[in-house]
Write a protein that binds this ligand. Structure first.
Ligand code: PMP
Length: 451
């Protein structure tokens, strides 16, 4: 059902939105949200009929694109059979979703606690770690995003934490590796890895190992810039956590379910955490769903003692039916492999080629359909194209970059001085190339702001 262009309806949708919808992360009077009429696959369109190739996957969640007919049908079928049911009961869609997820998560992460999204998954993972260890502190990385509920936003390192930061008890930040802007002044990946591990150990030593419940890391930090960790880092963190009896939490809310070209980013690094959070791609965001995959040791803690946490909609049947259908579609259509192939053959080479021609591109990093271009004023000094946490006029170069992309039919993901290239995992080669061609034009605008 492709809606026909209808500017009048679009204007009414927009007027009601402006009158009554209070938007996330926004100064309400300074925003101008696009009224979206429909979406299919890798595209969405407005009420004037203008189409956009979505290089953002929504908020990096439509891993199988919009309106996949099999997932839409599964949601409709579930709605017709059993739309909702309380979490204390065994329900087919819920148990099947848990089974399919547990079969794909690494190691012995075989029990699934369902939430409505990523932040709640982080809240519950940290609570499980604290109850399991009896310790108060959680260590998280400065360059990270873990969600916007109270613990999750305090764990977050991204500047969105700042206005929300109450210096929450028990949250300690540390530096994770990022060679391009090395907090350790390292010159190569090996050095960066060694120094980052030493820094984590020092932090643990001075915080007191017996006070630390968990270390939480995004396997590949997403919102903060898609920094693929150097070889050996995550296995090194695993060893440190084991040495001190600290729970290792990997946040795969953004990187999980095919985005990196494997089911989970942890699969690239052969590391198994004790707890793994997920959301977004688990059902392509068709119905809100997230969760925590739990190791057997932590599950054992709550085998004869109640887990003191829960959510009314935990494992909602509609969301779980969407997850079952999504995972089955990903298997049937080889979507995880497609993400890997597009990354290796189109996006990786294409973005590196753009970097060669555009002085505004400081670095290209990523894997699968999970890429970031770090835009700079000056490649030598690596000064970012816009200042850290830039707003308003400071952000003009990125705004101009975004406006150019949109004018040519590409919806780009922009965060500070970066654009992330995060299309659906089943983006086709032709679509990926179409997006690269528009990025080429938009980068020419960014180039005008280089020295
Ligand atoms: N963790 C990570 C790694 C994320 O990327 C996000 C969302 N971008 C979250 C947690 C929070 O998820 P949600 O917005 O569903 O609460």
């Amino acid at each position: 059902m492709t809606p026909q262009p209808n500017p009048q309806v679009g204007a009414a949708v927009k007027a009601a939105d402006r009158a009554h919808v209070f938007h996330s992360w926004s100064a309400q009077e300074l925003i101008d949200p696009l009224a979206v009429a429909g979406a299919e696959g890798s595209y969405f369109w407005d009420y004037d009929g203008k189409r956009y190739l979505d290089f953002t996957s929504g908020l990096v969640f439509t891993n199988i694109g919009y309106q996949h007919p099999k997932v839409v049908a599964a949601i409709q079928e579930q709605a017709a059979t059993l739309t909702t049911f309380a979490p204390a009961f065994a329900v087919e869609a819920r148990s099947e979703a848990a089974r399919l997820i547990a079969e794909r998560t690494p190691g012995d992460l075989d029990k699934i606690f369902f939430t409505n999204g990523g932040a709640e998954a982080v809240e519950n993972a940290t609570r499980m770690a604290r109850l399991h260890t009896g310790r108060p502190k959680i260590l998280s990385a400065y360059r990270s995003y873990h969600g916007a509920t109270s613990t999750a936003i305090n764990l977050t390192g991204d500047p969105r934490r700042w206005p929300n930061d109450i210096g929450a008890a028990g949250v300690v930040h540390f530096w994770a590796p990022f060679l391009y802007r090395s907090p350790f002044h390292a010159e190569n990946e090996r050095q960066e890895c060694e120094r980052a591990l030493q820094h984590l150990e020092d932090t643990i030593a001075f915080e007191g190992p017996g006070t630390i419940a968990a270390v939480i890391l995004e396997t590949i930090p997403g919102t903060a810039g898609i920094m693929t960790p150097p070889p050996g880092y995550l296995t090194g963190v695993r060893e440190i956590c084991d040495r001190y009896g600290i729970v290792f939490v990997l946040d795969e809310v953004m990187a999980g379910f095919g985005r990196t070209g494997k089911w989970f980013a942890a699969d690239h690094y052969e590391v198994t955490p004790d707890l793994m959070t997920f959301a977004k791609g688990v059902n392509s965001g068709y119905v809100p769903l997230g969760g925590v995959a739990i190791s057997s040791a932590i599950a054992e803690t709550f085998a004869r003692r109640p887990y003191p946490g829960g959510l009314t909609y935990s494992g909602h049947p509609l969301a779980c039916a969407a997850a079952v259908a999504t995972i089955n579609v990903m298997e049937e259509e080889g979507i995880v492999e497609q993400a890997a192939r597009i990354g290796e053959t189109v996006l990786g080479p294409g973005l590196r080629e753009l970097a060669e021609r555009h002085p505004s591109v400081g670095e290209v990093r990523g894997t699968g359909v999970f890429w970031a271009l770090e835009l700079v004023k000056d490649r030598e000094t690596r000064e970012p194209l816009v200042p850290y946490n830039a707003a308003g006029t400071d952000n003009a170069p990125m705004a101009a970059f975004g406006a150019t992309a949109k004018a040519h039919g590409l919806w780009p993901f922009i965060n500070m001085n970066r654009t992330h290239v995060v299309p659906p995992c089943n983006v086709t080669e032709a679509e990926a190339k179409e997006g690269l061609a528009v990025l080429d034009m938009a980068l020419s605008i960014a180039d005008e702001h280089t020295v």
